[in-house]
Design a protein around this ligand. Structure first.
Ligand code: 13P
Ligand code: SF4
Length: 432
């Protein structure tokens, strides 16, 4: 594989037959606006087989000018808008974004770092979030009323976040209250503390705020679970079963005390005693990007490179995390590579845009993705410089397009849950 950070250009070369390799969908060489006009779906990539909920936000047709403009024209427009808007604008970019977008980001980071950046840049009138919907919602929650948060493509959701909705969680909560009551035990610990992963809708963050709960990210999940166990006899963790299971297991919680909650079954598909004895109730959600990594891929990497260090994201299934050398957030993976002596070999289990960028930034190491098939996050893929140029040109004209606003009734409790998380800092050195 050519050492370039751009997954898009690798996909183009594979599709043209000038580079060996495989992609999970031939559609990945299409421009994302093609999918805005097709029936609702997550788009090509890891989540393409996931069922998208009805009513998910959709992106209307991108104006023809931006669809037809070449890369040089889009680059000229984006740079001109950034120059003209100066500090009135801040562009945030998640590590999983395509390189062609991150070239314009003022901050590049994981979801925790970008949430912090949104809070700190209260001087910027507009926060353009090159990430996914729940990240933009979080930026809106943590920014001031005067600021606008913009998601360049409204179809950039997150299939995992969509796996738990507020009605299902309220229903689950009622059933748990029926079973446990609401009275604290002799140590003052309530029966259940709800913990939502950052990858969830603002409504779920609000639910946690209203019910004594908290938000976590992959970089502070253990700190947050400790916070929750001080206050509750058990935790209801949603939507990612894998982050919940991997984190609680590392803290010594036995697997048999972690029943899974299937929202389509009464009592989540559990008998009362399993729920009574539980320490962590895991929601039946997962990330389709991280579900692709397997123990067999790790075994193959170890056979081919006996000195390989395997680093994976905690959204991977438990057997994969157990077989890896370490697990941690995207920023943890980045820092572990930076700290390694030259000549190290890394096999990485996280989204391909980040892995390929790390490989290009660190020619002194050998870095490759555990999954040999290129299969990016379908929803991060939906952002492209064409949309960025479109929303920035509009800002120059004083128009705010694609604004993400969380209503006050949700925002007030959601901020409480987020502030509890921010106060539970600093993140621990996860999994290393
Ligand atoms: P981080 O919290 O590590 O940025 O991960 C976000 C995400 O969406 C992972 O799939
Ligand atoms: Fe959601 Fe997974 Fe994409 Fe992260 S990588 S945004 S969890 S689908």
């Amino acid at each position: 594989m050519t050492l370039t950070a751009s997954v898009d250009s690798t996909l183009t070369r594979i599709s043209a037959g000038t580079e060996p390799g495989a992609a999970c969908s031939p559609d990945l060489v299409e421009k994302p606006w093609v999918f805005d006009l097709r029936p609702p779906s997550y788009g090509p990539g890891s989540s393409m087989g996931d069922v998208i909920p009805t009513g998910s936000p959709r992106q209307g047709a991108l104006p023809a000018f931006y669809r037809e403009a070449d890369a040089a024209e889009l680059d000229r427009r984006i740079r001109a808008a950034k120059e003209a808007l100066g500090n009135r604008l801040v562009i945030l970019g998640h590590f999983y974004q395509r390189d062609e977008v991150l070239a314009y980001a003022d901050y590049v980071g994981d979801s925790f770092q970008l949430a912090t950046a949104a809070r700190e840049r209260s001087d910027a009138e507009a926060i353009v979030f090159c990430g996914v919907h729940f990240m933009a919602e979080t930026a809106d929650l943590l920014s001031t009323e005067e600021q606008s948060v913009i998601l360049p493509n409204l179809a950039a959701g997150c299939s995992m976040a969509d796996m738990a909705n507020i009605d299902q969680v309220e229903e689950c909560w009622e059933q748990l209250a029926e079973l446990y009551g609401t009275e604290p035990d002799a140590d003052g610990r309530v029966p259940v503390i709800p913990v939502t992963y950052m990858n969830s809708s603002a409504a779920l963050k609000g639910f946690c705020g209203r019910n004594g709960g908290i938000v976590c990210t992959s970089s502070n999940a253990q700190t947050v679970l400790e916070w929750a166990f001080e206050r509750g006899q058990r935790v209801l963790f949603f939507p990612d079963q894998h982050l919940g299971r991997n984190t609680a297991k590392a803290m010594g919680v036995p697997l048999e005390l972690m029943p899974m909650w299937n929202p389509n079954k009464p009592f989540g598909g559990n008998d009362a005693s399993a729920l009574e004895d539980s320490r962590v109730i895991l929601w039946h959600g997962f990330c389709s990007v991280h579900k692709r990594f397997t123990v067999d891929q790790i075994a193959k990497a170890r056979t081919e490179f006996p000195d390989v260090r395997v680093l994976v994201h905690p959204e991977c299934p438990m057997p994969v995390v157990d077989a890896a050398d370490a697990s941690g957030s995207t920023d943890y993976i980045r820092k572990a590579i930076e700290a390694a002596p030259a000549g190290s070999t890394f096999a990485i289990g996280t989204e391909i845009n980040l892995v390929q960028r790390l490989a290009a930034e660190h020619p002194e190491h050998t870095i490759f993705c555990l999954d040999p098939v290129i299969c990016p996050c379908s929803t991060m893929y939906r952002i492209h410089p064409g949309y960025l140029a479109w929303v920035l040109d509009a800002l120059l004209e004083g128009q705010v397009l694609n604004q993400i606003t969380v209503s006050d009734d949700v925002a007030l409790p959601a901020r409480i849950a987020l502030e509890r998380m921010l106060a539970a800092r600093p993140p621990i050195a996860d999994g290393a």
